[in-house]
Design a protein around this ligand. Structure first.
Ligand code: BJW
Ligand code: ZN
Length: 248
């Protein structure tokens, strides 16, 4: 099917839909200059997930983990939302029932004007108590040079950690519940810029499909989701999403 025909078909489905849900991954922020995880220039090419994005890694070397997150905060802080983020924000303002789920921790959807974003993997700009006393620090910035590996401390005396979800950690109950509901109740599910490898997020489009929703994949390449997607749009999110939104 040609891309134009697919875009027309999806626009038609969205117009007829009662509810639409979109889930984004690192691919949507790639065109803002934020590195993805698994691509050719992805973060896991140069850094090991086991050394940086697990609770064990933080216990072993909290300074190294903070250094890596501050480096990423620097990149994200300089990045701007792109046409893909903005198209999803416009979609939300035009539809009666629209849910936006993201695996990204960069906050670029909110900066593009989206509200009520379900952040499955947390947010890089927040830190929370490692011991779990309930303390959360908002707006933790990159810090000044020379202190990149400084480990911030909670008022209770424990270490602070980035408020993100690492491998082996459970996602927040309230967020995953909202996301499952949004997947189950939608007529159209857009899976945008995700490799569909990391669970439980990768299961959400499958839940939508089983509940009768049309699953649309927007990605540069095939993923494990592709065989389960009703419609596939091959291309950059920053081009495909505005083209779709302009057809509504
Ligand atoms: C474009 C584009 C453009 C590029 N336009 N497209 C087997 C072994 C070991 C573990 C497991 C296992 N099976 C399941 C697990 C569990 C594990 C998991 O899924 N592992 C798999 C890798 C196998 N999952 C977990 O551990 C999760 N927790 C869990 O299961 O808990 C259970 C539990 C219950 C009760 C108690 C305790 C535990 C947690 C997963 C957390 C993931 N965390 C990270 C880091 C977040 C913080 C941070 O940012 O630092 O989340 S890892 C990383 O992957 C990040 C991302 O959100 C996530 C997904 O990546 P994403 O977004 O898909 O990015 P990429 O790079 O993979 O793909 C980009 C895509 O975009 C590509 O397809 C490109 O083609 C495309 N693209 N440019 C459109 N312009
Ligand atoms: Zn504390």
């Amino acid at each position: 099917m040609s891309d134009t025909r697919a875009l027309d078909l999806i626009a038609e489905r969205i117009r007829a839909a009662r509810a639409v849900t979109a889930m984004t991954g690192a691919g949507i922020s790639a065109e803002s200059g934020v590195p993805t995880f698994r691509g050719a220039d992805g973060l896991w090419r140069n850094y090991s997930a086991a050394d940086l994005a697990t609770p064990e890694a933080f216990t072993r070397d909290p300074g190294l983990v903070w250094q890596w997150y501050r480096w990423r905060q620097g990149i994200i802080g300089r990045a701007q939302p792109n046409a893909g983020h903005r198209a999803l924000a416009r979609l939300q303002s035009r539809l009666a029932a629209f849910s936006l789920i993201t695996q990204n921790v960069d906050g670029l959807h909110q900066r593009a004007g989206s509200s009520g974003v379900i952040e499955l993997h947390g947010n890089i700009w927040r830190a929370r108590c490692l011991r779990g006393c309930g303390y959360v620090e908002d707006g933790t910035g990159p810090g000044s040079s020379g202190e990149e590996d400084r480990v911030p401390v909670c008022p209770c005396g424990a270490l602070l950690r980035p408020d993100v979800v690492w491998f082996g950690e459970a996602l927040a109950d309230d967020r995953i519940e909202l996301a499952v509901q949004a997947a189950r109740n939608c007529d159209v599910f857009l899976a945008v810029g995700t490799s569909s490898l990391v669970y439980p997020a990768a299961g959400l489009p499958l839940i939508a499909g089983r509940a009768g929703g049309v699953v649309v994949e927007v990605n540069l390449e095939d993923t494990p989701l592709t065989p389960h997607a009703g419609l596939v749009l091959r291309g950059r999110a920053a081009e495909v999403l505005p083209a779709l939104e302009s057809r509504l």
